[in-house]
Ligand binder design. Structure first.
Ligand code: DOR
Ligand code: ZN
Length: 350
């Protein structure tokens, strides 16, 4: 095999992941743990993870779902609500297992009904987080139905993120799964001023624009929130991810829903990418000749931002065509991976 056909990287981490619970959890945890060393686990379960107590219990269920002997560290988060107290976030930080607090504007996406109705109500909690150094992880979309779906990230920056960061200049903020050139610009400019702001970028937003949703018919497995945008936004994201700027790092936002829940008259938002995540990112980086920048993005910058040690083990990807399975069996229902039935150009080797 030619030398450029093998890519050896420090084992990566996934800084934004949905693992769900129960039977789904048991199916998806091994897929992420196969490739990634750690993951920031989203708290938007059917009953959201709003307390340190429930985060620690959820962590135990994740560990119990790991194949025997697989080293994987779930990095837990709390779900911010109007009722979250300063004491609760202090308890979370003191536990050593909770690494962020997730802000979902109420109604923005899956299981966000318990989210924050007005961020002003959370001012005392945000003050505490700023003081103790616990990052706020932001789903950056306004929920006002009068705002066009494709503009909600940009409006969120102007109406919420800028005022929030002005009010809490020392709060660490991760702008999750950014999808627009406005977000890229905002993070790049903010990062020039301080080291408190970063963004995660998904593989699907690097590879696809909104045409993918309607290629030959409606394609529910490409529907996620924030929704795929125009090509010029995809280009800006790809440029940011491959630029070597440490404020942009990997977060798959792999968000499994059953086939039944996706292929529906009112299908759920979420792309399931845990099965082939690193292969998708490799393809995106390779598309602009930047495969050499993948390691920083996938394995270093997130750990540095969260103040955690970089991983030491290595993983290998090879350039090799393989076909993504049409579906994974969930015992009754099925799970459709992104790119089901299509060819991948890179392959992760165990
Ligand atoms: O597409 C999405 N799916 N976006 C989110 O923010 C949530 C996620 C989910 O939990 O399904
Ligand atoms: Zn998510």
């Amino acid at each position: 095999m030619a030398p450029d056909s093998t890519l050896t990287l420090t084992r990566p981490d996934d800084w934004h992941l949905h693992l769900r619970d129960g039977a789904m959890l048991a199916h998806v945890v091994p897929l992420t743990a196969r490739t990634f060393s750690r993951a920031i686990v989203m708290p938007n379960l059917d009953t959201p993870v709003t307390t340190t107590y429930s985060a620690l219990a959820y962590r135990e269920r994740i560990l119990a779902a790991l194949p025997h002997g697989t080293p994987f560290e779930p990095l837990m988060t709390l779900y911010l609500t109007d009722e979250t107290t300063p004491d609760e976030v202090r308890r979370a930080k003191d536990s050593g297992q909770v690494h962020g607090v997730k802000y979902y504007p109420a109604g923005a996406t899956t299981n966000s009904a318990f989210g924050v109705s007005n961020l002003k109500r959370c001012w005392p909690v945000l003050e505490t987080m700023q003081a103790i150094g616990l990052p706020l992880l932001v789903h950056g979309e306004v929920t006002d139905p009068a705002v066009d779906l494709f503009d909600r990230e940009k409006v969120f920056i102007d109406e919420q993120l800028i005022p929030l960061r002005a009010a809490f200049p020392a709060l660490r903020v991760v702008f999750e799964h950014i999808t627009t050139e406005s977000a890229v610009q905002y993070v790049r400019d903010g990062a020039r001023r301080d080291l408190l702001l970063a963004a995660t970028i998904t593989a699907h937003h690097l590879l696809y624009n909104r045409n993918a949703l309607f290629q030959g018919g409606i394609r529910p497995h490409y529907y996620c929130r924030p929704i795929l945008k125009r090509e010029r936004h995809r280009r800006a994201l790809l440029e940011a991810a491959t630029s070597g700027n440490p404020r942009f790092f990997l977060g798959t936002d792999s968000a499994p829903h059953t086939r039944h829940a996706k292929e529906s008259a009112c299908g759920c938002a979420g792309c399931f990418t845990a099965l082939n995540a690193m292969e998708l990112y490799a393809e995106a980086f390779d598309s602009v000749g930047a495969i050499g920048r993948l390691e920083g993005f996938a394995s270093f910058f997130g750990a540095d931002f969260y103040g955690l040690p970089r991983n030491r083990e290595k993983i290998t990807l090879i350039r090799c065509n393989w076909t993504v399975p049409q579906e994974l069996d969930l015992g009754g229902d099925t799970l459709v991976p992104l790119r089901a039935g299509e060819t991948m150009a890179w392959k992760y080797i165990d």
